[in-house]
Design a protein around this ligand. Structure first.
Ligand SMILES: C[S@@+](CC[C@H](N)C(=O)[O-])C[C@H]1O[C@@H](n2cnc3c(N)ncnc32)[C@H](O)[C@@H]1O
Length: 203
């Protein structure tokens, strides 16, 4: 009941707040060519895609309810998009299929991060780019202590979101290198939830 009728709208509302939108505006316009968005959710990135640089767009997400919200967001200014209900851990795409994989605020929630990132690596072309923007482990010890405490129950009320993941470490452990990354606390966001890492990863 909560997961189906309340959580999708809560996520859409929370992830649509100004500090998150500002982050989307920095990253999403860089997507180009054949684009895959992993964990497209309610489609909050769609308005920031630079349509003139995109030849095709696929969005995957395991949540039917979130994809339904995303479908309602489509307007004529956006590229045609194929929505597929799927987890990142097992994607039915060919190897080397995409120029860009876009992933925002999704690593926190995927069940098997290593398997998901390996799949992303598989479907990315050799010169493709993973564009990521994620919240995760803060740099301050005191904040991390609170992140670890709160994370004992947080996933149960947030659809599986973990607030203490070491984002760059996870990406690098999957065999990516990260030529560009920035990080900061998002303004007007609790420190335990708002430490952001964003940038580009390559195979
Ligand atoms: C916090 S929401 C973020 C949604 C969207 N990426 C955004 O930026 O607004 C986390 C998303 O990850 C999706 N998700 C959860 N498990 C996943 C998995 N195994 N593979 C792909 N996406 C997953 C959820 O359904 C949800 O849409």
């Amino acid at each position: 009941m909560y997961e189906k009728y309340i959580l999708p709208y809560l996520l859409n509302y929370t992830c649509g707040q100004k500090p998150f939108i500002k982050q989307r505006q920095k990253l999403v316009p860089m997507a180009k060519g054949k684009v895959l968005e992993v964990g497209i959710g309610s489609g909050l990135n769609m308005p920031y895609l630079n349509t003139s640089n995109i030849s095709s767009l696929v969005g995957i997400d395991p949540s039917e309810e979130l994809i339904q919200i995303a479908e309602k967001r489509i307007d004529n200014s956006m590229p045609k998009i194929d929505f597929i209900i799927s987890k990142a851990e097992e994607m039915k795409f060919d190897d080397n299929a995409f120029d860009t994989v876009l992933m925002t605020y999704t690593i926190c929630t995927v069940e098997d991060v290593a398997a998901s990132l390996m799949e992303i690596k598989r479907v990315l072309k050799p010169d493709g780019k993973l564009l990521f923007c994620e919240h995760g482990l803060a740099p301050e010890e005191k904040v991390v202590e609170w992140q670890n405490r709160i994370n004992k129950f947080w996933p149960y009320i947030s659809g599986g979101c973990n607030i203490n993941k070491n984002i760059p470490q996870l990406i690098e452990e999957a065999g990516f290198t990260i030529p560009n990354m920035e990080q900061m606390y998002l303004p007007k966001t609790p420190k335990i939830l708002g430490y952001n890492y964003w940038g580009t990863a390559v195979k």
